[in-house]
Design a binder for this molecule. Structure first.
Ligand SMILES: *Cc1c(COP(=O)(O)O)cnc(C)c1O
Length: 381
């Protein structure tokens, strides 16, 4: 059968899977336990920590969207990271993007401090630094592209090929774009990592995560560990996420369209310094993003001119952007990374990653672009 398009997968995955009533929308199976079909008669599911019909439907949809052998759905994005790390042995070296998500930085540095793994933070665009990092014989590389909050773009194909010659597993955090705008497995990556909390669920009401593996063996090992350790996501969360995901492409197209217009406005505004959005031709990753991505996403950051006082005034004046962490929902959010999402980073690490105290991050929603732009203009003035 011809491979289906992503919108067909999104709209139809798992439909009509109810054999009892013929429900069009798959029901949610909350039961923790499943009967055996007589003595020694284990059915497809026995206990929800290990496997669950509803969670399985979400996993199948995610695997199909990314073109992987299988997906494992976890309780959060962070538990998906912990799951990926189960593929390693104690003492192994892991390379991680130096400007990664704050939680990833916290896990990486705490595990290193504890002596579990040696996590080395590297600028994935600095070829010399990357080559030197590979002399440490890392077993896993975790890259985030676009990065948070500066939207740096990393060449997935390039780092994956470096991983391949160095016998190192490649994991790409694809949370910022979702499978709708970027498919890392197509560039040879081993694992795609998601916080489904963001664009995949898209409604800011479920925390969840997932890993999609290219190879069956890796998928099976991840699935085994997820069930073993109880990292798997709840069935109800899976139900909601699958429901939210149906409109993912439509949402993301509109959000990106809004983000592009906002970025252009900010770029021309006298109160704004640098604007970080890959959709702007002047962004250093613009050409690469055009090649590697199918759209530029809907998170953008900018440096506000002036003092911390001005940042405070701006974020408190906005009425169409809620002052909150997270991203990827239908509603627009504004965030001050230095005091919010990236607070856990040391000042030194923040400076190294280029996150100033004047930096403001926007997660653009599906509201009317005119309202969002008007709100920003007013607050900037
Ligand atoms: C939110 C996020 C995570 C962590 O996911 P949770 O669902 O909050 O546990 C990881 N990576 C990125 C890029 C994120 O935005």
């Amino acid at each position: 059968m011809k491979k289906k398009g992503k919108n067909t997968i999104l709209a139809r995955s798992g439909l009509q899977s109810d054999p009892v009533f013929g429900a069009v929308v798959p029901p949610v199976f909350l039961s923790t336990t499943y009967t055996f079909d007589g003595y020694d008669g284990k059915r497809e599911h026995d206990y929800t920590r290990i496997s669950n019909p509803t969670r399985e439907l979400l996993a199948q949809a995610l695997a199909e969207l990314d073109g992987g052998a299988g997906a494992v759905v976890t309780a959060s994005g962070m538990s998906a990271l912990v799951l990926a790390l189960q593929l390693l042995r104690q003492g192994d070296t892991v390379l991680v993007s130096h400007d990664c998500f704050g939680g990833t930085f916290r896990v990486g540095s705490s595990y290193t401090e504890k002596g579990l793994y040696t996590v080395v933070f590297v600028d994935m665009n600095d070829e010399a630094a990357l080559r030197e990092a590979f002399t440490l014989r890392p077993k896993m590389l975790i890259a985030e592209t676009p990065s948070n909050p500066l939207l740096r773009i990393v060449d997935i194909e390039k780092i994956v090929s470096l991983c391949k010659v160095n016998d190192c597993l490649s994991v790409i955090d694809n949370t910022f774009l979702s499978p709708v705008q970027q498919r890392p497995l197509d560039f040879g990556a081993d694992i795609v990592w998601y916080s489904t909390t963001k664009y995949i669920n898209g409604h800011s009401d479920v925390v969840g995560g997932a890993l999609v593996a290219r190879d069956k063996e890796v998928y099976e090992e991840l699935l085994w560990w997820a069930g073993n350790l109880g990292l798997t996501g709840s069935p109800f969360d899976a139900y909601l996420t699958l429901r939210g995901m149906r409109t993912m492409d439509v949402r993301i197209r509109r959000q990106s369209h809004n983000a592009q217009q906002i970025a252009a406005m900010l770029d021309a505004h006298p109160a704004v310094g640098k604007v970080y959005y890959p959709g702007l031709p002047a962004h250093p990753g613009h050409a690469l993003a055009t090649r590697q991505q199918d759209g530029f996403g809907s998170v953008l950051s900018f440096d506000l001119k002036g003092s911390t006082q001005n940042v405070m005034a701006l974020v408190e004046r906005l009425s169409c952007f809620s002052l909150a962490e997270s991203l990827g929902g239908v509603e627009s959010l504004v965030c001050h990374p230095a005091t919010m999402t990236h607070r856990a980073m040391t000042e030194e690490a923040r400076a190294k990653a280029g996150i100033t105290d004047q930096l403001v991050r926007l997660s653009v929603g599906i509201e009317d672009a005119d309202d969002l732009i008007g709100d920003l203009r007013e607050a900037l003035e």
